[in-house]
Design a protein around this ligand. Structure first.
Ligand SMILES: *[C@@H]1O[C@H](CO)[C@@H](O)[C@H](O)[C@H]1NC(C)=O
Ligand SMILES: *[C@@H]1O[C@H](CO)[C@@H](O)[C@H](O)[C@H]1NC(C)=O
Ligand SMILES: *[C@@H]1O[C@H](CO)[C@@H](O)[C@H](O)[C@H]1NC(C)=O
Length: 816
C-alpha cells in the first residue's frame, strides 16, 4: 500500500507538468475512435455509430474494433503523435465512410486543447446512408462534468456544451457542434408524431460507478433501448406499422444528478459532419470549426512532406505503383502510431506456478513467502495498478502491450519521433520489477482483460520473452551516433537521412500551433541534447541491467551436468514455462520443439542473450561504466563461442536446439526454419564464417524456406509444415523477414566476404517479395495482416495488424 501511494505521488508529480504535446491522443486504440489523456483516471471519450435503416442495426453498434464487424477497412491515413491525424473507416454494411480527424492545439498549462471532426458520406451514392452517431465523455476519478446547455426533453438544437474539471486537466469545456449541411430523415413513417424530436441532438447524462466508464457503450445503449421500447409501444398495430427507426432509436434527453458519463447523439440521412472541441481552461483559446478547416489540410500536407523525408525509398518501382506503395506505407505507419494506447490497471500474476521440468529452480521463487514475508496462497493474484503507454500489435485482436512486439514497434516509431519512442520505452522499463522481470503480455485493467481468454490472463514471474527492448535501446544509440556524426560539417546530407529536426528548412509550416521546425525538434530533443541522452541512458541502465541479470539467472541452461564440451561452462540458456506443444515464452508459440526436458538448451534464447549482452556493453560504454563494459564484452565472447560449440550440427550443417537422451547424452534437435537462422538474424556470425554459406542455402531453397512472399517460418519439407495450429509452422512473419533483411543489409551484403554477392542477391529479391506481397494483400483485402500464407501469400489471422507488420515501411525505405 505504501509503495502504491508513493507511486501515485510520483506519477502525479510527473503529470502535473504534462502540458506537453503527448498528453492527449487516440490512446484507446481498441476503439474505432477513442481519445483520452495519459492520466490513470481521467476523461475518456469514444465514438459509436449504428445504421438506422432498420431496427436490427442497433445490435451491431460499432464501438470497439472488432473483426466480427466486418468493416471493409479502417486505418489512420496520416497520424503524428504530436499533432494529430486523419482516420478513414469504411463500413459498407451501413453504407457509410466515416472520417475522424483529430487536431491537437497546444497552449496553457494542462496539456493543451484539441478538436475532432467526424464526417460521414455514403459509400454507394445511389443507396440510402442513414446512421446515428453517439459521442460520449466519461470521467473517472476526481472532478466532475456538468451540462451547460439547457436541457430539453425533446432534444436540443445548436451546440451541446459540457463544463468539467479534474485535478490534472484542471477546468475545461467540451462542445459538440453540427456541420453546416446535415440532414435527417423527415418523411419516414409516422414523421408527424415525432415532429418535435426530428433533427435534434439527443443526449443522456448518467452516473456510472467508479471503474466502469470503459463500459460506456452498455450503459448508453441501455438508456437508448429503454426509451425506444416506450416510444414504439403505441405502434403495435401491424396495419400502421412501426415508425421510422431513426425516430425511435434515440437517447432519452435526461440528465441524472451526479452524472459522470454524457452521451451526445445525432441522426443523419446522407453526408454529415460534426465537430467536438475540448478547450483546456488555462489556454484561453476558443476553438471553432475553422481551426479544423485549416488545420487538418495543413497537418496532412506537412505529414506527407515529412513522410517523404523520413521514409524516402529508392525509386525502383513504376510511378503508379510508387503512389500506391506510398499510401500503403503512410497508412500502416500512421495506424501503428495511432494504435499507441495508454493503459492503467491491475494485472494478474501467479508466483507459485511452475511445470515439473522447471522445478530445478533456485527455491527462493517458491518459498511461499512474498517480499513482506507474508504467506502467499498458491494461485493467481492481482498486482498493484500500473500505467503503460505502448503500441499495440492489433487494434482489434491484441489491443494491449506485448513485450516482444514492442521492441519492433519502437524501431519504427523511433524513426518518426525519437522522443515518443523513448516515452514508451520509459514506461516499459518502469515495469521491470525488483527481481528484474517483466510480464510478456501487459493486460492492465478490466477493459484490457475483457479481451483476453481467462486461461491467458495470468502471467508467471519466471517466464521470459525475447528481450526486444534491447533493440529499441540500440536503435536509439545508433540514431544518437548518426546525429552526432551529422553535426560534422562534411555530413550535412545526413540531415535528410535522419529526417528529424535537421531538414527543417524544407518543411511546410503548420497553420496552427508551432512550426514544423520546432515540431520536429520536439520529437528529437534526446538526440539534439547529449546531456538529455546521457541522463536517459543512465536512468534506464540500472533497471535494464536488473532485467538482464534476471534473464541470466532464471533462464540458465545446464552445461557441465551433461558433460557438454564448450568454451564457456556457464553460457547456455533454456526457456522456462514451456509445454510439450508450445513455447509461448519464445514468441514462436507452436514452432516444433518436441517434449520438454530440464537439460535442454535453446538456440534462439542464447542468440537473444548475445544480442542483449551486446546492447548492455554498448550502453555501458556510452555512459562510461567501463568495468561493466569489459565484463559484458567477456560474456558476449563466451556466448558467441558457445553458440558454435553447443548448437552447430556438423552433419545437418545447421544450428539446432540441444536435448538430453535417456542415457544422459547431449544431442541436437534440428527443425529447419526460423529457429535455425537466429545467429544470422541477429548478426552474430562473422561475415566470413563458412557456416553462413549453409544458412544462405537454407534460406534461398524453395523446398525449404524461400517463397515468393517472404521467408517461411518452417521448411516446406518438414513433416509438420502447415500442420496443427499452423501458427509458426510455415506462415510468413514480417518482423522475422525484417530481421533477415536487416542482417543482410547491414552486415552480410555490406561487408566483404565470400558470401557478399550471394547476400546482396538474396537481399534484393527478398525485399521485393515481402513488400510486394504485403502491399498486394492490403489492396486486395483492405488490411495489413498478422502473417502471410506460406504457399499462397494470403494475409492470415488478425487484422488490422499494424504492429510489426508495418515494418514493411522500413523495408521499403531500407531503414534498418
Ligand atoms: C509547462 O508548464 C510549466 C508550468 O507552467 C512551464 O514551466 C513549462 O515551460 C511548460 N512546458 C511546456 C512544454 O509548455
Ligand atoms: C455545405 O453546402 C454548401 C452549399 O452546397 C457547400 O458549399 C459547402 O461546401 C458544404 N459544406 C460541407 C462541410 O459539406
Ligand atoms: C528430450 O529428451 C527427453 C528425454 O530423453 C525426451 O523425453 C524428449 O522427448 C526429448 N525432447 C525432444 C524435443 O527431443
Amino acid at each position: 500500500m505504501k509503495l502504491a501511494n508513493q507511486l501515485l505521488l510520483l506519477s502525479l508529480a510527473k503529470l502535473v507538468f504534462s502540458n506537453d504535446t503527448l498528453l492527449w491522443g487516440p490512446y484507446r486504440p481498441n476503439l474505432y475512435f477513442g481519445l483520452r489523456p495519459r492520466i490513470p483516471q481521467s476523461l475518456m471519450t469514444g465514438l459509436m455509430w449504428f445504421g438506422t435503416h432498420d431496427y436490427q442495426s442497433i445490435t451491431r453498434t460499432r464501438h470497439a474494433c472488432d473483426q466480427g464487424d466486418h468493416l471493409d477497412s479502417y486505418t489512420w491515413t496520416a497520424y503524428d503523435p504530436r499533432q494529430g491525424g486523419v482516420q478513414v473507416i469504411r463500413d459498407s454494411a451501413n453504407n457509410v465512410k466515416i472520417t475522424t480527424e483529430f487536431l491537437k492545439v497546444a497552449g496553457g498549462e494542462h496539456g493543451g486543447s484539441w478538436a475532432a471532426r467526424v464526417r460521414g458520406e455514403p459509400i454507394a451514392r445511389d443507396l440510402p446512408s442513414r446512421v446515428s452517431t453517439i459521442f460520449y465523455f466519461g470521467l473517472e476519478g476526481l472532478g466532475g462534468l456538468e451540462m451547460e446547455t439547457d436541457e430539453d426533453e425533446n432534444g436540443i438544437t445548436g451546440e451541446f456544451k459540457l463544463s468539467g474539471s479534474s485535478p490534472q486537466l484542471d477546468d475545461f469545456v467540451i462542445r459538440v457542434v453540427d456541420g453546416p449541411n446535415n440532414t435527417m430523415v423527415t418523411d419516414g413513417p409516422h414523421a408527424e408524431a415525432f415532429g418535435e424530436r426530428i433533427g435534434k441532438t439527443h443526449f443522456v447524462g448518467q452516473s456510472i460507478p467508479a471503474g466502469n466508464v470503459w463500459q460506456a457503450k452498455d450503459f448508453i445503449l441501455k438508456a437508448l433501448i429503454d426509451r425506444a421500447r416506450e416510444a414504439v409501444a403505441p405502434y403495435q398495430d401491424p396495419a400502421t406499422g412501426p415508425p421510422d427507426p431513426s425516430y425511435v432509436l434515440q437517447l432519452p434527453d435526461e440528465v441524472y444528478t451526479g452524472s459522470n458519463l454524457f452521451a451526445v447523439q445525432k441522426l443523419f440521412d446522407g453526408p454529415f459532419q460534426f465537430d467536438v472541441f475540448f478547450e483546456s481552461g488555462s489556454s484561453k483559446q476558443k476553438l471553432s470549426s475553422s481551426i479544423l478547416d485549416q488545420g487538418i489540410p495543413a497537418l496532412v500536407a506537412s505529414y506527407d512532406e515529412r513522410f517523404r523525408s523520413v521514409f524516402p525509398y529508392p525509386s525502383d518501382y513504376a510511378k503508379e505503383k510508387e503512389q500506391s506503395l506510398e499510401a500503403f506505407s503512410k497508412a500502416s505507419t500512421s495506424n501503428l502510431m495511432g494504435g499507441v494506447g495508454y493503459f492503467y490497471g491491475t494485472s494478474i500474476i501467479n508466483r507459485k506456478f511452475s511445470y515439473e521440468w522447471d522445478e530445478d529452480e533456485d527455491a527462493t521463487s517458491n518459498t511461499g513467502q512474498d517480499e513482506d514475508g507474508q504467506e502467499v496462497q498458491p494461485g493467481a493474484r492481482l498486482t498493484e495498478p500500473k500505467a503503460l503507454l505502448t503500441a499495440t500489435p492489433s487494434r482489434s485482436f491484441f489491443p494491449r502491450g506485448f513485450y516482444w512486439d514492442e521492441g519492433f514497434h519502437l524501431l519504427h516509431i523511433g524513426r518518426w519521433d525519437n522522443d515518443f519512442s523513448l516515452e514508451i520505452l520509459k514506461d516499459w522499463i518502469a515495469l521491470i520489477d525488483e527481481d528484474g522481470w517483466v510480464a510478456r503480455e501487459q493486460i492492465l485493467g478490466e477493459e484490457a482483460r475483457s479481451k483476453v481468454p481467462q486461461e491467458f490472463q495470468t502471467q508467471v514471474p519466471n517466464y521470459a520473452n525475447p528481450p526486444t527492448l534491447a533493440m529499441a535501446v540500440t536503435a536509439f544509440i545508433s540514431r544518437l551516433k548518426a546525429t552526432t556524426d551529422s553535426r560534422a560539417p562534411s555530413a550535412q546530407d545526413l540531415g535528410l537521412d535522419l529526417g528529424m529536426g535537421l531538414g527543417a528548412d524544407s518543411q511546410v509550416p503548420l497553420a496552427t500551433g508551432p512550426s514544423s521546425a520546432s515540431e520536429a525538434a520536439a520529437g528529437s530533443q534526446y538526440l539534439e541534447s547529449s546531456e538529455l541522452a546521457l541522463s536517459f541512458l543512465k536512468s534506464i541502465y540500472k533497471p535494464l541491467k536488473r532485467h538482464y541479470d534476471w534473464f541470466r539467472r532464471t533462464q540458465r541452461g545446464q552445461i557441465k551436468q551433461y558433460g557438454r564440451i564448450a568454451r564457456s561452462r556457464t553460457e547456455g540458456y533454456r526457456w522456462r514455462g514451456r509445454s510439450e506443444l508450445h513455447v509461448l515464452t519464445s514468441g514462436m508459440d507452436d514452432y516444433p520443439r518436441g517434449p520438454p526436458h530440464a537439460g535442454e538448451l535453446h538456440l534462439d534464447l542464447i542468440s537473444w542473450m548475445a544480442f542483449f549482452t551486446r546492447t548492455m556493453k554498448e550502453i555501458a560504454g556510452y555512459i562510461g561504466e567501463t568495468d561493466d563494459e569489459i565484463s559484458f564484452g567477456e560474456i558476449e565472447k563466451a556466448i558467441l563461442g558457445n553458440i558454435d560449440d553447443l548448437h552447430w550440427n556438423e552433419q545437418e550443417k545447421m544450428y539446432c536446439d540441444v536435448n538430453v537422451s535417456n542415457e544422459d547424452e547431449s544431442y541436437h534437435v534440428c527443425h529447419k526454419g526460423y529457429l535455425s537462422l537466429f545467429p544470422f538474424f541477429l548478426s552474430l556470425l562473422p561475415s566470413d564464417s563458412p557456416r553462413l554459406g549453409y544458412i544462405l542455402d537454407l534460406l534461398r531453397d524453395p523446398e525449404h524456406l524461400w517463397s515468393p512472399y517472404g521467408i517461411r517460418s518452417l521448411s516446406a519439407s518438414h513433416p509438420e509444415f502447415g500442420q496443427g495450429e499452423n501458427y509458426w509452422k510455415g506462415p510468413i512473419w514480417v518482423q522475422m523477414n525484417y530481421l533477415i533483411l536487416s542482417a543482410l543489409h547491414k552486415t552480410y551484403a555490406a561487408q566483404p566476404g565470400p558470401y557478399q554477392a550471394r547476400a546482396k542477391e538474396i537481399y534484393a529479391a527478398l525485399r521485393k517479395n515481402v513488400v510486394d506481397n504485403v502491399h498486394k494483400e492490403y489492396q486486395r483485402t483492405g488490411y495489413v495482416w498478422e502473417q502471410y500464407d506460406a504457399i499462397t501469400g494470403e494475409g492470415k489471422r488478425s487484422h488490422p495488424f499494424t504492429g510489426w507488420t508495418s515494418l514493411t515501411t522500413l523495408i521499403l525505405a531500407e531503414k534498418y
